[in-house]
Ligand binder design. Structure first.
Ligand code: NAD
Ligand code: UGA
Length: 478
């Protein structure tokens, strides 16, 4: 019976995943460690609203087990030493320089973890890849751990099994995804180690949902799943452009094809392009691996999924400019939503970053709102400090501040004299906007750009506002 687990990496995956394990396995002590002390302090914050990540249902679970069998700490040595199972859940970003820069995964954090495990582990330890990794990374981890076994005379009694156990949770629905997963995937070559891990999940996941494969299939399945999901979004977004050109409506097309049980209805929402920390990096990783193995056509096929997404994101900015009579310079635009999707405070690779940057470059004045994203994060993403004073300026004074932005918590206040409203994240608050009230505040003709199809079309149009919706070939005057 496993009694002690350690997870290295207290991020969007490590935190929620370990919280759910602790909550479902009261007999197991779960220690989540991270080198980032600020993040650990946030996980230990007295007020649960100060946890480092926002995820529906997470606070309640942390409240149940924190300090009982769920602990957050920076003490890697102590927690690695006592762990029978160690999850590696650190970030695996795209390499910024060197061989494979721009495509390959940067494995420096994973390698550092393996070295720390090699240094501190005692007895037999099962090391689990929870991070998303290129195929055959387990080989690297094995080599590092083996060299520790062979070279350190004092630690002759240590041994390791390596498993791959990729995570399929999506942000915003992480807790539900962890509690009711479509499957749990375990790859490895030691049946005993695989069974030990499986036993943990069996505390709440039906056994038939736990799949066993070899290590390499498990690693590749994770990349493939993300590539297929992202591919669906690029596919429907490409069709949205065609809908706008032809008079078709992408929502109707999606509904029509989604009823074909071979296609299925999920992941067919056209939007401003996929964001999030993983789709782009995982596909580029797949591209890199394919190139490495000389599979040029395979690499090209997947790279186009990312290229289409980037094109589509800029397409939205261009459409906004075009519909605002060819220029946004000096115009006040309210941006609703900055997170890459709703129900998360994560902005990594958010389409809002590209679209806002494009608009600022064209001289627009942006009033940005998001219910969960912090102002500092937006500054970092836009590589531009907030110009808070904008909020207190009269409309006539605003136009002297082209290319600046501020954060506005009160969306109705931000509508005052605004030329346009751009919805970039599908937060429920935005679906409930009172467009009659908004219409009284906006400058005529008052253009609403809905890249998420969440506003009620009639509410906008009946209040004498102009509406542009993603993939909507119908014009207001039709
Ligand atoms: P993250 O950046 O939120 O968290 C990673 C954490 O690891 C950071 O807090 C960092 O400080 C810590 N870390 C890095 N190196 C360390 C070291 N040597 N010692 C201790 N701590 C260290 O990343 P994330 O979003 O949680 O993603 C982690 C992995 O999971 C990635 O490979 C990602 O592709 C994969 N994944 C992410 C999601 C998601 O929704 N975010 C879903 C499935 C899989
Ligand atoms: C995605 C996968 O869904 C998870 O299974 C995977 O574990 C995770 O990546 C990962 O490896 O990190 P996530 O990025 O959190 O999860 O969120 P998604 O719901 O997949 O959304 C990704 C992006 O696609 C968002 O910008 C979202 O708005 C967009 N999207 C999603 C659409 O534009 N249309 C859709 O129909 C669905």
């Amino acid at each position: 019976m496993i009694k002690n687990i350690c997870c290295i990496g207290a991020g969007y995956v490590g935190g929620p995943t370990m919280a759910v394990i602790a909550n479902n396995c009261p007999d197991i002590q779960v220690n989540v460690v991270d080198k980032n002390i600020e993040r650990i302090n946030q996980w230990n914050a007295k007020s649960l609203s100060n946890l480092p990540i926002y995820e529906p249902g997470l606070q309640e679970i942390v409240k149940n087990c924190r300090g009982i069998n769920l602990h957050f700490s920076v003490d890697l040595e102590k927690n690695i030493k006592k762990a029978e199972i160690i999850f590696i859940s650190v970030n695996t970003p795209t390499k910024k320089y060197g061989l494979g820069a721009g495509k390959a995964s940067d494995l420096k954090y994973v390698e550092a973890c393996a070295r720390q495990v090699a240094k501190y582990a005692k007895g037999h330890t099962i090391v689990i890849e929870k991070s998303t990794l290129p195929v055959r990374t387990a080989e690297v981890i094995k080599t590092i751990l083996k060299s520790a076994q062979n070279s350190n005379n004092i630690k002759k009694d240590i041994s390791f099994d390596i498993l791959s156990n990729p995570e399929f949770l999506a942000e915003g629905t992480a807790i539900n995804d962890l509690l009711n997963p479509d499957r749990v995937l375990i790859g490895g070559d030691s049946q005993k180690a695989m069974n030990s891990l499986s036993k943990i999940y069996e505390n709440w996941v039906p056994k038939e949902k736990i799949l066993f494969t070899n290590l390499w299939s498990s690693e590749l399945a994770k990349l493939t799943a993300n590539a297929f999901l992202a591919q669906r979004i690029s596919s429907i977004n490409s069709i949205s452009a065609l809908c706008e050109a032809t008079g078709a409506d992408v929502r109707e097309v999606a509904r029509a094809i989604g009823t074909d049980s071979r296609i299925g209805s999920k992941f067919l929402d056209s939007g401003p392009g996929f964001g999030g920390s993983c789709f782009k990096k995982d596909i580029l990783n797949l591209v890199y691996i394919s190139e490495y193995f000389g599979l040029k056509e395979v690499a090209h096929f997947w790279e186009e999924v990312v290229n289409l997404n980037t094109w589509h994101q800029h397409r939205i900015s261009k459409l906004i400019i075009k519909n605002l009579f060819g220029t946004v310079a000096g115009k006040k635009i309210c941006v609703l939503g900055f997170a890459f999707k709703s129900n998360t405070n994560d902005t990594r690779e958010s389409s809002a970053i590209i679209i806002c940057k494009d608009l600022l470059e064209e001289g627009a004045i942006l009033f940005i709102n998001d219910p969960k994203v912090e102002v500092n994060q937006i500054s970092k993403d836009l590589e531009k400090e907030e110009f808070e004073k904008l909020k207190y300026l009269k409309y006539e004074e605003l136009s002297n501040h082209e290319g600046k932005w501020c954060f506005e918590t009160d969306i109705y206040k931000s509508f005052e004299n605004a030329d346009a409203v751009v919805v970039l994240t599908e937060w429920n608050d935005y679906a409930l906007i009172n467009w009659e009230l908004a219409a009284n505040k906006l400058r005529k003709p008052g253009c609403i750009f809905d890249s998420r199809s969440i506003v009620v079309k009639e509410d906008v149009i009946n209040n004498d506002l102009k509406l542009w919706r993603i993939g909507d070939g119908y014009k207001n005057e039709d």
